[in-house]
Ligand binder design. Structure first.
Ligand code: HEC
Length: 112
C-alpha cells in the first residue's frame, strides 16, 4: 500500500513538472520560415498590408492560428496550404522565431 501511494505521488509530481508542449526553437524556426518570407517578410514585418505582420506576435497566438488553418477552423485558401503539413514542433519553432522578432509598427512622433 505504501509503495502504491509513493508511486502515485511520484507519478503526479513527474507529470506536473513535465511541460505539456516542447518549447519552440527560434533558430530552427527561422530555417522553417523560408517559404513564409515571400509574403510575411524575412523577419515577419510584411510591408504589404494584405499579409499580416507576424513579428512580435504572441507565440501562443501564432501556434493556435496555424493549428486553426490546418484544421479548417480558420479558413483561408492560401494559409490552409502553408499550414497543411506543419507538425506541432514546426508550429512551435515558427512561433518562437516570429514572436522573437522586433515589430516595426510604431506611431510617428511618439516613443523613442
Ligand atoms: C502566398 C503568401 C503567404 C505565404 C507564403 C504564407 N502566408 Fe501566412 N498569411 C497569408 C495571408 C494572405 C494571411 C491572412 C489570411 C487570413 O485572412 O486569415 C496570412 C495569415 C497568417 C497568419 C495569421 C496572422 C494573424 O495575425 O492572424 C499566420 C500565423 C501566418 N500567416 C503564418 C504563416 C507561416 C508560418 C507561413 C510559412 C509556413 C506563412 N504564413 C506563409 C499569406 C501567406
Amino acid at each position: 500500500m505504501t509503495r502504491l501511494v509513493l508511486l502515485l505521488v511520484t507519478s503526479i509530481v513527474t507529470l506536473m513538472s513535465t511541460p505539456i508542449m516542447a518549447a519552440g526553437d527560434p533558430v530552427a524556426g527561422q530555417e522553417k520560415s523560408a517559404p513564409c518570407q515571400a509574403c510575411h517578410g524575412p523577419d515577419g514585418n510584411s510591408t504589404d498590408p494584405q499579409f499580416p505582420r507576424l513579428a512580435g506576435q504572441y507565440a501562443d497566438y501564432l501556434v493556435l492560428t496555424l493549428e486553426q488553418y490546418q484544421t479548417g477552423v480558420r479558413k483561408n485558401p492560401i494559409m490552409a496550404g502553408f499550414a497543411a503539413n506543419l507538425t506541432d514542433q514546426d508550429r512551435q519553432d515558427l512561433a518562437a522565431f516570429f514572436a522573437g522578432q522586433a515589430n516595426s509598427l510604431h506611431v510617428i512622433g511618439y516613443g523613442p
